[in-house]
Design a protein around this ligand. Structure first.
Ligand code: URA
Length: 418
């Protein structure tokens, strides 16, 4: 087989055979296919798509590119959640502790930020000492004893996705239904959970801009999951405005802690409760209504917060930085952005707000770039609100003043006040 004809075959919109898909994925993983050819192939998939059978072949071959975990030793149904990527989405930091506080078992492998969307691993690394690289034994024991663990994708699991994901991030090849579906599912299938709930985002801050395409992604996830023997449950949620107020890493951890302590922002709380209730119900912990009530209670009575602290402790993190969030990393500079005129916020281009956060240093533009854990922004006013000239719209945090200037420009562009 030759690589260039396969790139052209997809570029011309033809269906690929399972063996051809495997050639591309395994060739790239084993360094027989260089970055530039894989980038061209990924771009062809973005433009031409893949049908369910191709996506199933892609998912299977990525799943089987490494080890697959067997979590049956945990002795309980294990649940996992994943988001297709959003701006300000810190729900994992709330959902897993809620699940554990309600008697469920949550074992999650998370990723780094991708494009303008944040990643749970980057957020957790904002907690001093927090390790997302646990041995398999540690991971399983922690889920058994504490009810939750969040780690980064283990190196021996789905190495093909790890390599392709990093390339997609820097080649404009993220926004594709089959690439997103295969990336998410290969990881979820290899990580061995019994219950898989996927938060499929749509809107301006999501890879799927329209609700229709999110529905299509949800269907693809469900169909490919079922073709590979796993029930997958998509939950659609809007990303037309950032979720909550914080967009960054340490500041998102702070916001999640506020929610875990019974306060915080309503949208973060409500989506977290919905996802946790679904995971608990599918794990056999009661009806969705009963599980919802238990989830709400765990945020009120502090048991979810306790679980979060237990997880931080078990993964080597500094619990004092959770108890006193002033100890979390902070950027050198901060600056407020004020409204220039009075009017209603008609729309927010949430993807540009995500870009502004990346510009401030909270995300990566190159796959090996360092990020600044204290960088990011706080959104004070959202779509539908009336603002007066001089009202604070947002606040920016960065270690570089020039980045604040660039991010302010992006943010002004992203928010229309009319
Ligand atoms: N999340 C993933 O894990 N992969 C994608 O491609 C997009 C979001």
């Amino acid at each position: 087989m030759e690589t260039v004809p396969l790139i052209l075959k997809k570029a011309h919109g033809e269906r690929l055979l399972d063996t051809e898909i495997e050639w591309m994925v395994m060739g790239y993983l084993r360094d027989r296919i260089p970055d530039y050819q894989m980038s061209a192939f990924l771009m062809a998939v973005c433009q031409r798509g893949m049908d369910t059978a191709e996506c199933t072949a892609l998912t299977r071959c990525m799943r089987d590119s490494g080890e697959c975990l067997d979590l049956s030793g945990i002795g309980h149904p294990v649940c996992d959640k994943h988001s297709t990527g959003g701006v300000g989405d810190k729900t994992t930091l709330v959902v897993l502790p809620v699940v554990a506080a309600c008697g469920g078992y949550g074992a999650k492998m998370s990723g780094r930020g991708l494009g303008y969307t944040g990643g749970t691993v980057d957020k957790l690394h904002a907690i001093p000492g927090f390790s997302t690289e646990l041995s398999l034994g540690h991971f399983i024991r922690q889920v058994q004893t504490e009810g939750l663990a969040v780690v980064e994708q283990m190196k021996n699991l789905v190495p093909a996705d790890k390599k392709i994901y990093a390339l997609r991030d820097v080649t404009g090849t993220v926004e594709s239904i089959p690439l997103i579906a295969s990336s998410i599912l290969s990881k979820k299938l290899a990580s061995g959970a019994d219950v898989i709930v996927i938060d499929v985002k749509y809107g301006r801050g999501a890879f799927m801009k329209e609700r229709n395409s999110a529905t299509a992604l949800g269907n693809m996830l469900r169909q490919v999951g079922s073709a590979l023997g796993k029930e997958v449950h998509p939950v659609l949620s809007s990303m037309d405005v950032p979720l909550g107020c914080a967009v960054g890493n340490a500041i998102e951890v702070r916001e999640a802690i506020d929610v875990l302590r019974g306060g915080g922002t309503e949208d973060v709380r409500s989506l977290s409760v919905t996802l946790a209730a679904k995971m608990l119900a599918l794990s056999g912990m009661g009806s969705e209504d009963e599980c919802r009530a238990a989830a709400v209670q765990s945020l009120k009575d502090g048991s979810a917060y306790d679980k979060f602290c237990r997880m931080v402790w078990a993964q080597g993190g500094d619990v004092s930085a959770v108890e006193d969030v002033e100890r979390l990393p902070a950027a050198k500079y901060r600056q407020i952005l004020y409204a220039e005129r009075t009017g209603e916020i008609r729309k927010m281009q949430t993807d540009k707000i995500g870009e502004a956060a990346v510009t401030l240093g909270a995300g990566r533009r190159r796959k090996d770039a360092e990020i600044s854990y204290g960088a990011g922004l706080m959104v004070f006013r959202k779509t539908g609100e009336i603002v007066k000239a001089g009202d604070a719209l947002a606040e920016f945090y960065s270690d570089d003043k020039d980045c604040i200037t660039a991010a302010s420009r992006l943010y002004r562009d992203a928010v229309s006040v009319e």
